[in-house]
Structures are given as C-alpha cells and as structure tokens.
Design a protein around this ligand. Structure first.
Ligand code: ZN
Length: 357
C-alpha cells in the first residue's frame, strides 16, 4: 500500500486489517446520482480508499442543492455534478481512480456501465430509476445498495446480494400516482447524510465479505428522524418475483423515462393550436430581444442552470422552445428534475416557428 498512514485508523480494526484494506483498494463502486445520498456515500467511499469509483449524473449543481449535497461548493454552480464530484473526491484522495458519466442512466447505457463495477449504489430519488437499477443489477448479477429518504424518514437495504431478495421482491411495481421527490416534499441535509453514509457503510461491508459485518441483505433498515427510532424489517425473496426469479438472459429491464413528469416533442403547429399551455423561451436575452413568440415567458437556459426556475404549478402544461430545439431539451430535463409533470419541447425551436408562420 503506497499511502499507509491514510488508512491507519481503519486498518487497525480487526474486521478490516491489511487484507480488508486490500479488498477495498481493489474494489469498484458505481454510484448512480451525485445528489443528497450520492454525495455523502461517495465522500466516505473515497476516503476509505475504495480504489475505483464511477459517478453517473447528468444534472448540474444548483444553489438549492448546496444545503445537502456536501461535495459541492458555491463556485461549482452550473457545473455537471459528476464532474464537480470528481474534483472534490480527487482532492480528498488522489490515489483512487474516478470515472464520470455525465449522462442520464437509461436502459440503453446501464448494462454496459454496471458490468464494469462490483457494487452499485442507488443515489436516486425516483422510482423509475430505482427499478431500472434493480433490474439491470439482477441481470448483471451485481449487488446494489438501496437508499431512500422522504421528509424525516430514511431506508437502506442491500439487494441482490448473494442470492438475497431484490428490490422488486419488496416493491413489485412502481406506486400508482405521483410520489413527491425532495424538490416537492422538502428534505433536511442531515437526513440525506445519515442515509447516504449508511449506504457507504453497506457497500464497504459487501466488499469486505466479513461474516462479522453482514450487509443489510434480506433486511430493510428504516429510521424515523423525528424520534430516532430505527427498525430492521426482514424481506424474503419472492419466488414469483418478476425479475430475480427469471434466468438472467430473460430479464428485460423495465424503464419508463422520464420519471416524474414526461418530456414530449411538439411541432410548432401543435404549439400554435395549444392555447392552454404556457410557452417558455429559454434562449438568451440577445436572442429574445430580436423576436419571440407572443405571450411567451422568458427564462434563459443560463438562469435555469443556475437554479432560477419560473414559479409555476408543477402540474401545468409547459412548452419550451429555444432557437433550434437542442437547448429546449436540456431545459426540459431541468424542469423535469424539479418535479414538473407535463413538459414539452418544441422541435425545431423558434427558427421552425418563424418558418411556418
Ligand atoms: Zn426479486
């Protein structure tokens, strides 16, 4: 080990020792989402010397993230989260290897990504991605450390570990109706910190494979931070589970992106005929000054990326447009991440609108 002092305090633990440290340094962990859960999880995994970390996040750092996403600093607002996280983690531990994937996790890229890592950490806040992570983790035979928070409640479990139950054994289908995420329900940073840190601990246990440190496999740990009451609920493997009871090659990961809300493409003609939707121009001020669609609101992408979002009800229908349609897609992802449910992007943007008017 090149940097003996760094890990001295954990190597003296009999449960870790030199051999456990060697396992950590040879291990790889992929964290999906560098948000409220991913930040503390990554921080402790990097500090503990997990040799190879992967970070998947398409989103950018916003001011409203800083209250809980402890890897980021004020001057990183607007920077992609996976990249910003790497900067911080490399400063903490330059010995480890960190790969960034500044993309959305989908059923297209998940399988190839998961295959490169030993353990997957779920740092997401929506059911659709959690189900995708589960299905791909089972298909690729990787354990995944689940975490979830809502208000003052937290949950952690380790799924698909050594033939243990999977997430769908517990929750066969996504709940019907709209479930709020942190943007809508509110969260205090310390709650995310406790759950994310617990996920790091569980990933370390999975890596160490020490019988004195059994991971939360077959067990859902819950904590209510109003009362600090915590419970361990047993979870059994469901013989008829739609995912883990199947042969790996027969598993087809189910994914319906987008999760909380959806983004649809509309043509300029459709936009013109839709009088109830709110039109939002996401171009910059110079472009807006040269002409815009009547009744449109102005919310430049540069402001959206800094976290300045127009104050509108999350269930209203919104049509976004930019000059040619590309920035509108990016803006749509930002609205979607904020919990807006009905987001449309006008294909071809303002240029197409002008052409057909
Ligand atoms: Zn299952």
């Amino acid at each position: 080990m090149s940097d003996k002092n760094r890990y001295e305090r954990q190597v003296i633990l009999p449960e870790i020792g030199e051999s456990g440290q060697e396992k950590l340094s040879n291990a790889s962990v992929l964290c999906i989402g560098a948000g409220g859960l991913g930040c503390p999880a990554l921080l402790y995994l990097a500090a503990a010397g997990v040799g190879h970390l992967g970070i998947v996040d398409f989103d950018v750092v916003e001011e409203t993230n800083l209250q809980r996403q402890v890897l980021f600093t004020t001057d990183q607002i607007g920077v992609n989260k996976a990249k910003a996280a790497k900067t911080r983690l490399t400063a903490l531990n330059p010995e480890i290897e960190i790969d960034v994937c500044p993309e959305e996790l989908t059923d297209k890229n998940a399988q190839a990504l998961f295959e490169k890592y030993d353990v997957i950490i779920d740092g997401t806040d929506n059911f659709s991605t959690k189900f995708l992570i589960n299905d791909v983790a089972v298909k690729a035979n990787k354990p995944f450390v689940y975490g979830s928070i809502l208000g003052f409640d937290g949950q952690v479990s380790v799924f698909n570990n050594q033939d243990g139950p999977c997430y769908r054994c517990l929750f066969p289908e996504a709940p019907k109706g709209h479930v709020p995420n942190c943007a809508q329900a509110g969260v205090i940073g310390a709650v995310a910190g406790i759950v994310g840190t617990t996920q790091a601990m569980e990933a370390i246990k999975v890596i160490l494979e020490n019988k004195d440190l059994p991971p939360l496999s077959g067990c859902l740990w819950t904590i209510d931070m109003h009362t600090m009451e915590s419970k361990r609920l047993r979870i059994s493997k469901n013989e008829n589970c739609t995912v883990c009871s199947k042969a790996q090659k027969e598993i087809v990961p189910q994914y319906s992106s987008p999760v909380c809300g959806f983004v649809q493409e509309v043509t300029p003609e459709q936009a013109r005929l839709n009088s109830s939707a709110i039109l939002i121009d996401v171009r910059e001020i110079e472009e807006w000054n040269e002409g815009y669609i009547e009744n449109a609101r102005h919310a430049p992408l540069s402001d959206l990326m800094q976290g300045t979002i127009p104050d509108l009800p999350t269930d209203c229908e919104i049509i976004l447009y930019c000059q040619k349609g590309i920035r509108g897609e990016k803006a749509a992802q930002i609205f979607k991440a904020k919990g807006y449910l009905n987001i449309n992007n006008m294909s071809g943007g303002y240029a197409a609108w002008v052409k057909c008017s």
